[in-house]
Design a protein around this ligand. Structure first.
Ligand code: K7E
Ligand code: CUA
Length: 635
């Protein structure tokens, strides 16, 4: 032990010297050594940020610590995770609604006054038009809302409003509303886009349907909420205002201008409350041909992708991905044009504003601008897909690029620390690159995705670290770690699950017809009961309560020759169904290493042939119950 301390002290001294003497730094590994110190988090110490990376078509959320770039955990959201029984236990199975896949693009942290408040994380499943809410108290998915009716793919989603009044979704594809058989050739006449406002309960985050707005059949792409002066508005980009329905790579790039739609969500909700909506597929839908003052179109050059509102809420930045500029629109100018009724016609009832009336500036950032984030010093950072760069530019005159950095390779989104809030911290930006090519050890034809941590604190952006991720982060968000206070156990006093039991004496097996309910305890290192007697053909529901109130002591419950496995965390009760398909002996065991006698934590299901009498209620052996009761007392 002593020797180890001496060695580690020597290490610290060496590091200290390295940072003071430039010559020494160079000889000890070049300029990389200084960058390494900026990402180094000493063993046992914590990162200063949580980063939530969407899992793309993996359907889940990855949690990283920043600046160390260490992968801390993966939160199962739209895709089953057998290791913990997500999508296997009864509750999460119902939540997944029969889907075993999602494509998650945009995490959206809940906000209060336009800043992250650390309560919930929302994320979209594009293809199935769903939104999930993760509770940041326990990092668990607690609600999946949808499929949202009438909506074909929720890509511009969820992008919460400044007080998390709403999360939004807009249809990436258009389709008939309500969906019915029509000829695809009748696209322009029969298809419609949808903007959907999903209400969020301010107390517990529960999502419910607010309203939908019929939009022209363009491909609605991305969104951002207004804030400050523009609070009350949500902005959506689109491509394919040409209304092509095939060969979009050609046909959707014809028009000089596509649009940003500005939606006044308070006006929309008011119109619904006043009964101006029509019910379609059970949802109140507003038609801008009849209901005025809810949506407007702002022309944007050349198939825009991202739209981002700056921290003060005065500017709306959209970038045509086939252009070399970011177009910056002024909220004040937009408002003046709307109030003055200065429109250039309409598209299916949605008034079109004039480009010159609303534009504040164009910033020549470089090729393939996609997304923009912000810092605390009035700078914006735009990802350039084609140039594989990030451009840093000043928000305000002379609207010029002040720095650029290369990224490896083909950047999509970028995430600055709290960089889409009212108060970005301006410390880091992470480039989320689509291609990693040669950056990591070769693992065959498919490479990992590439993420890169960049320091924003100096006058020049500085690349600090590369880290690979699994498929396929699109957007991500980074929040100060001190804003989150996750629990360490589920308090037993708050466990009101119907299947929960609190003492070994309550453990029992109850039968009603073919249904068998096992009410059991999992505690180091027993299943009580550990012998379960059922009949062939029975539907067995195991309700296991983990009575432990100790950090990190989860027990597993895995049944042989099945896909039945789940994890029960301290203070939790979970239910899993297992079908007793054939007579014989089926062992089960704790699948999560929990203690010195983890291996002994096992049991048997005895399945008797159909028709053999089995008691309606069974109790575990009294000695075993006493043993567990004694164990619990000493805890
Ligand atoms: Cu740009 Cu789905 Cu937000 Cu990917 S999207 S990059
Ligand atoms: Cu309980 Cu391993």
């Amino acid at each position: 032990m002593k020797r180890w301390i001496v060695l580690s002290l020597a290490g610290v001294v060496a590091l200290g010297l390295a940072s003071q003497l430039p010559g020494c730094t160079a000889s000890r590994g070049g300029p990389g050594a200084a960058a390494a110190q900026k990402v180094y988090v000493k063993p046992g110490e914590h990162d200063t940020y949580y980063a939530f990376l969407s899992g793309g078509h993996h359907g889940n959320v990855y949690v990283y610590g920043m600046p160390s770039c260490r992968h801390i955990t993966t939160i199962p959201v739209f895709t089953p995770e057998p290791a913990v029984g997500y999508g296997v236990d009864e509750e999460s199975k119902v939540m997944l609604g029969g889907f075993s896949w999602g494509d998650a693009h945009h995490p959206g942290l809940s906000e209060t006054d336009g800043d992250y408040d650390g309560r919930w994380l929302f994320i979209n499943d594009m293809p199935n038009a769903r939104i999930a809410r993760i509770d940041l108290k326990d990092f668990k998915t607690r609600q999946i809302f949808g499929p949202i009716p009438n909506l074909s793919a929720a890509h511009a989603c969820p992008f919460p409003t400044p007080n998390t009044e709403y999360v939004f979704a807009a249809s990436r594809f258009s389709a008939p509303v309500p969906n019915r058989y029509v000829k695809v050739e009748d696209y322009a006449k029969e298809f419609r886009g949808i903007v959907a406002g999903i209400r969020v309960d301010p107390k517990d985050g529960t999502m419910s349907m607010g309203f939908e707005i019929l939009m022209p059949p363009f491909n609605w792409d991305l969104a951002d909420a207004g804030k400050g002066p523009s609070h009350g508005w949500e902005f959506f980009t689109c491509y394919n205002s040409e209304m092509g329905f095939d060969s979009l790579e050609v046909k959707a790039s014809q028009a000089e201008m596509d649009f940003v739609a500005a939606v006044d969500w308070r006006a929309a909700q008011k119109a619904v409350d006043e009964g101006k909506a029509t019910m379609i597929s059970g949802v109140p839908v507003l038609d801008p041909q009849q209901v005025k003052g809810i949506a407007y179109l702002i022309p944007v050059p050349k198939s825009p992708h991202g739209v981002d509102v700056n921290p003060s809420g005065e500017y709306i930045c959209a970038s045509g991905k086939l252009q070399a500029d970011v177009s910056v629109y002024s909220y004040a100018k937009m408002k003046a044009a709307i109030d003055g009724g200065k429109f250039d016609g309409d598209r299916m009832g949605v008034p079109v504003l004039k480009y010159e009336d609303v534009l504040e500036a164009t910033v020549p950032v470089g090729l393939g601008p996609l997304h923009t984030q912000f810092d605390d010093k009035g700078n914006a950072y735009t990802s350039l897909f084609l140039d594989s760069q990030i451009a840093k530019w000043k928000v305000g005159p002379p609207w010029q690029v002040v720095d650029k950095i290369d990224v490896y390779y083909s950047i999509g989104h970028l995430m600055a620390s709290e960089g889409d809030t009212r108060h970005p911290t301006g410390e880091y930006v992470v480039a989320l690159d689509k291609l990693s090519k040669d950056r990591y050890l070769n693992v065959g034809p498919t490479h990992p995705e590439a993420a890169q941590l960049i320091d924003l604190r100096g006058p020049k952006m500085e690349l600090l670290y590369d880290f690979p991720t699994y498929l396929e982060p699109h957007y991500a968000q980074m929040i100060k770690a001190e804003k989150l206070k996750p629990i360490t156990v589920y308090p037993m006093v708050e466990n009101h699950k119907p299947g929960a039991i609190r003492t070994a004496e309550e453990a029992r097996i109850e039968r009603k017809g073919n249904r068998v309910d096992v009410y059991g305890l999992v505690v180091r290192t027993h299943f009580t009961p550990d012998i379960v007697r059922v009949n062939e053909g029975d539907d067995v529901y195991f309700h296991w309560t983990n009575l432990e109130q100790d950090d990190d002591i989860a027990h597993g419950f895995g049944i042989l020759w099945s896909s039945c496995n789940m994890q029960v965390e301290p203070g939790e009760t979970k239910t899993m169904r297992w079908k007793a398909a054939r007579p014989g002996i089926t062992p089960f065991y704790c699948s999560n290493f929990c203690s010195a006698l983890h291996q002994e934590m096992q049991g048997y299901i005895e399945v008797s042939p159909r028709g053999m009498p089995v008691a309606a209620v069974q109790r575990p052996a009294p000695e075993k119950t006493a043993e567990v009761a004694a164990l619990l007392k000493t805890e």
